[in-house]
Write a protein of this length. Structure first.
Length: 325
């Protein structure tokens, strides 16, 4: 049988404008309170959809998981803007309030029959395989697959995006963080503190079993890396197409520059006019005889910058392809 493919970018698929009206309404409320969070939800949904494809999930599960990802942060509409949009690090008390977006989102979904099937995205996306997540400190066997997938996509987008309260870091560094989080924490004391803080109600005696798992599912992280490699290679392709057009413009402007040099060196008015007319024929748009040099220099600088960017992206792809999870 041919493999089912759920194309997130197809017009018939689940972009926000194709979502159920109720979900669209909820997301619009979220977007009106915090534009970044709305964009983050869309980014996570896109990444989740493509991770599911690399995991060879069925079309129905991919669709379900994508909607869960759209709604995963819907509880943030009830987080005070002073905390949600804070530009500096959150205090311990503020972080406790921020973490309630999981249970708040779950209640929103469970109270609405149309959203209820997708409540898993809200309640499970911050749970960790080793039990150090929240709100319930669940471990591997108790965390649904959709929660494990959304967690990885959510964390990736949260780190690489320029949130008000986070420092932007590069894609390779971000993937290394997610890879590290597939491994058990080596410091047993740190594990005990982490688990006791996240689920004290499940551990009244203080006896903690040191987990042998990391936070993230390594299979999901592997799939994410493939998604990011695809994105990076597509970005390279787009920049190369842009460079091709830019280089053609540079070549045209350099022809003008040659004509200008010949015009300045010409001994007769006839030759000067000849080269002048040649220059005019090659000018386009807002270019003039007075500013073409500035335009040419600008294009040359862009070509240099974009060429350097391509080299950097190629290096990143090489690095990503060598990553071991």
């Amino acid at each position: 049988m041919p493999k089912e493919i759920f194309d997130f970018y197809d017009r018939t698929s689940l972009k926000s404008y194709n979502l159920d009206q109720n979900m669209q309404y909820q997301l619009n409320i979220l977007g009106s309170l915090d534009v970044f969070t709305r964009k983050h939800c869309e980014n996570v949904a896109s990444i989740v959809c493509r991770i599911c494809q690399y995991l060879h999930c069925s079309k129905s599960f991919t669709e379900y998981c994508t909607i869960c990802a759209y709604l995963h942060d819907i509880g943030k509409q009830f987080i005070p803007p002073s905390i949600l949009q804070k530009q500096s690090a959150l205090t311990d008390e503020e972080y406790k309030i921020m973490k309630t977006h999981t249970t708040l989102g779950y209640k929103i979904c469970m109270n609405d029959p149309k959203l209820r099937p997708y409540a898993a995205g809200t309640i499970y996306h911050h749970e960790a395989l080793n039990g150090s997540g929240y709100p319930n400190g669940l471990t591997k066997d108790d965390i649904p697959y959709e929660g494990q997938i959304i967690r990885v996509a959510d964390e990736y987008d949260a780190i690489v995006s320029k949130r008000q309260y986070k420092t932007h870091i590069g894609i390779v560094d971000t993937l290394n963080i997610l890879i590290d989080e597939t491994k058990p924490i080596k410091n047993s004391d740190a594990v005990k503190v982490l688990i006791e803080e996240t689920k004290p109600e499940h551990n009244p005696s203080g006896n903690v079993k040191i987990p042998t798992l990391g936070k993230n599912n390594p299979i999901v992280v592997k799939a994410l890396i493939k998604v990011i490699i695809d994105d990076t290679e597509y970005e390279i392709s787009c920049i190369m197409d842009y460079l091709k057009e830019l280089k053609a413009e540079v070549k045209r402007l350099e022809e003008i520059e040659k004509y200008d040099n010949k015009r300045l060196a010409a001994n007769s008015d006839d030759k000067k006019n000849y080269y002048l007319e040649g220059m005019k024929c090659l000018l386009t748009g807002q270019e003039t005889l007075d500013n073409y040099n500035e335009v040419l220099e600008s294009y040359r600088n862009i070509v240099k910058a974009k060429s350097e960017q391509i080299d950097k992206l190629f290096d990143e792809v090489k690095t990503m392809k060598k990553m071991k999870v």
